[in-house]
Structure formats: structure tokens, C-alpha cells
Design a protein around this ligand. Structure first.
Ligand code: ADP
Ligand code: ASP
Ligand code: MG
Length: 426
């Protein structure tokens, strides 16, 4: 029996009962002969509550202090979980990300893991302990400051530890039975997927399926770590995510499904830079200003120039949380760009259809737009990759659009409804 890494999300440890339930599950894995490393998130919506609290004392909290605050959430759950396990008669020790050897760069609020040196975890395991690690956090290599990995970052902690410790598998325990063809909170008829390729999962995650964070899937793909996404509330097998289809998942020769699923995202906003002079170099100045502020953008659209004025509009999408920073950066760069005004819109949503089969099935795009049109949904921006097509719409249109596209591609389950065991969907 080898080493397993198990990650429990916030909804799985939302209260004392949840912590005790999870503790039992961990002890079962240990009794089955595994060495067990557990990565745990903050309880329930603790992280959101800490963010609200920070905003009450400062509209733009300093990154270093913000990270220090947020990591407190995971410290609470790791200590409580270790206590609950000890109460069941098994040895457990909790570790912060820093103690577990999670070394990051120094970009606060969205640090990247650059090294994992899990010496203390190895020792704890060798001494017969279950090791409990606080997710979503690390320590910066240069300044030795506490950092966080961005929302949902405990998934990345788990996979990074699984890679560093050469784990057999990384199990991600959450509040649904696995990865579904759409978010079960929106589509009751979503189907559970038994196996999905890392490639398709990466695209779903990047398009907003928060059941797995895209950085975690990226990491797992690079280090070839199989992920098993499953519910901590049921004993059911979940979804395997891996580079190659495992033999246990049936015929290797059968081609991938044409469509893996529909993702949606309502966490982005749109900025339109109005009246940009239509000459070479303008886009470069705009996006340099955004990049220098360390803001990641998603879609970009430039309108056709109005010949009479020689001016054009450039729109792009970005996380809502970066909206203020982006507007400030563009205002500062206004002199060098010479645009007329900025428009900010946070009432948008994105719907994406993902599937490797798209490459060879030319009808997919047409059917996607037909489904949106039949549902009366107006499209504002479009972007595509080889295996994905995404549109931006009004946020209110998102649930209806997701259901319409899901049905149109024959993804609706004809048996049971998808179960959501916990969480608030926040
Ligand atoms: P955790 O707290 O365990 O990390 P998250 O809330 O981050 O849980 O992720 C689980 C949630 O992801 C589910 O409750 C579900 O609403 C959402 N979700 C979005 N897309 C999907 C999908 N395709 N399959 C399953 N869950 C999804
Ligand atoms: N607690 C953090 C969050 O809510 C990290 C995580 O749960 O993965 O984003
Ligand atoms: Mg999560």
C-alpha cells in the first residue's frame, strides 16, 4: 500500500460534525494500510468571511497582511482535524504550508509554487503519523513572507504535495460526486463523468468549473499525477482525471466523447477602452499597463475602427477582483494611450463548451450558437481554442444558457438527478 494525498474542501469541514466525519474517513484510509497526507481548506465560507472583514477595515488591504489573515482559516481547520483524528486513537500532526515545505514566489494573493521540500511531512509519516497540511498557502522563497495561492488553491497544494511525495493518487474530496457535464447546482440533469482527460479538464477548469482549480490540473498533468474527484459525503466512486485513460475505465480504443461538458463563470468583468486612436502600438501600451499591474486577462475584442473618426474600442475581460486595479492602471496610462473613456461592466457571464472531439466535428460551433439563439441569449464576445468555444452574455442569462446548451448536445442524464451534498455555492 502506498502513499495517498487526500484534500478536503471547505464544505466537507464546514462544522465540528463535518470535521469528525472527515476524520473517520481519513482513519479508514490509514487502517487500509496507506500512508496518508491530508490537505485541508478553511471551514465553510471562512475565507469569504475573512475577506469581508478585511474590506471593512481597508478598501485595498496590503497583500502581505491580507495573506497572513487568509491563511488563518486553514490553520483553524488543520488543528481541529488533527485533534479529531487523535480522538479516534490515531496519531496526527498538523503543519502550515510553510512547515510542509511549500515554497512560492512572492506575488501575494496568487503566489505560484516554485518548490516543495516536504522533509517534515516525510518524517511525520515515517513516525506513523497522519500528516495534516493547511492548504492554499506557502512561504515566499526570497522574503520568507506567508503567501496564498489564490482562491481554491488548496487543490494545488494537494497535487503539489502528491507530486513531491510520489503519491499513488491525489484524492480531491468535495460536496458533489465528481466532475459532471455541467455544474450540478445549475443543471440538475448533469451527468457524472467517470474519466476525463487532463486536457479537457484543464479547459473546463480554466473556463470556470471550480470543482478543480486549473492550476492544480496543470500541475497534475505536468507531473502525471492521477486525480480522483469524489464526495466526502458518499462512498461512491468519483471522476478520474489523468493524462491517459486507466485500464479500469474501459476500452482504450474508444475515442473520447465529442463534448466533455459545459462550464460557466460569473466571476469576470468587462472593461471597454473607448475611443482608442487606430494606429500601431496602442494595444501594446494598453496591455503593458495591465500586465505591469500583474493582472491576468481573459478575452480581448477590438471593434472595427470608425473610419470617420479613426478611433476604435477595445474590450477585455478580467477577474472582478482585479477590476479596481485595472481601471486605476489604465487611468494612470491615459496620457500615453490617449483614449476617450473607460467603461466597466461586472454584470457579464461566460459560457463555454469543451471537448477534444470539437477539432474534428465542424458542426459543433453552429449547434452551440443555435442553442443560444433558441434560448434567446444575446452574445457579446466570442473566443475559441482548439477544444473550446466560449461566449460572454448578460450574467442573468447564464443559467438558462447553460441548460439550453447542455440539452442541445444531448448531455442531459436520463436517470437520477445530480446530488449536491453541502456548500453554499459561494
Ligand atoms: P470545495 O470547497 O470542496 O473546494 P468547491 O466549491 O471549490 O468545493 O467546488 C465544488 C463545486 O464546484 C460544486 O459544489 C459545484 O457547484 C461546482 N462545480 C462547477 N462545475 C462543476 C462540474 N462540472 N462538476 C462538478 N461540480 C462543479
Ligand atoms: N480557503 C481557500 C478558498 O476558499 C482555499 C481553498 O478552499 O482551496 O479559496
Ligand atoms: Mg475548491
Amino acid at each position: 500500500m502506498g502513499l495517498v494525498v487526500q484534500k478536503y474542501g471547505g464544505s466537507s469541514v464546514a462544522d465540528a460534525e463535518g470535521i469528525k466525519r472527515v476524520a473517520k474517513r481519513i482513519v479508514e484510509a490509514k487502517k487500509n494500510g496507506h500512508q496518508v497526507v491530508v490537505v485541508v481548506s478553511a471551514m465553510g465560507d471562512t475565507t469569504d468571511e475573512l475577506i469581508d472583514l478585511a474590506e471593512q477595515v481597508s478598501p485595498m488591504p496590503a497583500g502581505r497582511e491580507f495573506d497572513m489573515l487568509l491563511t488563518a482559516g486553514e490553520r483553524i481547520s488543520m488543528a481541529l482535524l488533527a485533534m479529531a483524528i487523535k480522538n479516534l486513537g490515531h496519531e496526527a500532526q498538523s503543519f502550515t504550508g510553510s512547515q510542509a515545505g511549500v515554497i512560492t514566489d512572492s506575488v501575494h494573493n496568487k503566489a505560484r509554487i516554485i518548490d516543495v521540500t516536504p522533509g517534515r511531512i516525510r518524517t511525520a509519516l515515517d513516525e506513523g503519523n497522519i500528516a495534516i497540511v493547511a492548504g492554499f498557502q506557502g512561504v515566499s522563497q526570497d522574503k520568507k513572507d506567508i503567501t496564498t495561492l489564490g482562491r481554491g488553491g488548496s487543490d494545488t497544494t494537494a497535487v503539489a504535495l502528491a507530486a513531491a511525495l510520489h503519491a499513488e493518487v491525489c484524492e480531491i474530496y468535495t460536496d458533489v460526486d465528481g466532475v459532471f457535464t455541467a455544474d450540478p447546482r445549475v443543471v440538475k440533469k448533469a451527468r457524472k463523468i467517470d474519466w476525463i482527460s487532463s486536457e479537457d479538464m484543464l479547459e473546463l477548469a480554466a473556463s470556470g468549473s471550480k470543482v478543480l482549480l486549473h492550476r492544480c490540473v496543470e500541475y497534475a498533468r505536468r507531473y502525471d499525477i492521477p486525480i480522483h474527484v469524489r464526495s466526502s459525503f458518499s462512498g461512491l466512486p468519483g471522476t478520474w482525471v489523468s493524462n491517459e485513460k486507466p485500464e479500469s475505465q474501459g476500452d482504450q480504443q474508444v475515442e473520447h466523447a465529442i463534448i466533455s461538458g459545459v462550464a460557466h463563470d460569473v466571476s469576470e468583468a468587462k472593461i471597454t477602452v473607448v475611443g482608442v486612436p487606430d494606429k500601431p502600438g496602442e494595444a501594446a501600451v494598453i496591455f503593458r499597463a495591465i500586465a505591469d499591474a500583474e493582472i491576468n486577462i481573459d478575452m480581448i475584442v477590438q471593434n472595427v475602427s470608425a473610419a470617420s473618426t479613426g478611433l476604435t474600442d477595445i474590450s477585455f475581460t478580467l477577474p472582478k477582483t482585479e477590476g479596481r486595479k485595472a481601471i486605476d492602471a489604465l487611468e494612470r496610462a491615459k496620457g500615453g494611450i490617449g483614449f476617450e473613456s473607460l467603461r466597466y461592466d461586472d454584470q457579464i457571464g461566460k459560457i463555454s463548451l469543451v471537448g477534444a472531439g470539437m477539432k474534428t466535428n465542424p458542426g459543433v460551433t453552429a449547434s452551440f450558437f443555435q442553442a443560444l439563439s433558441d434560448a434567446g441569449v444575446n452574445i457579446e464576445l466570442i473566443s475559441t481554442s482548439e477544444i473550446r468555444i466560449s461566449v460572454v452574455t448578460r450574467q442573468d442569462d447564464v443559467p438558462g444558457a447553460v441548460r439550453a446548451v447542455h440539452s442541445a448536445f444531448g448531455l442531459d442524464s436520463d436517470s437520477d438527478e445530480a446530488v449536491v451534498y453541502g456548500g453554499t455555492g459561494r
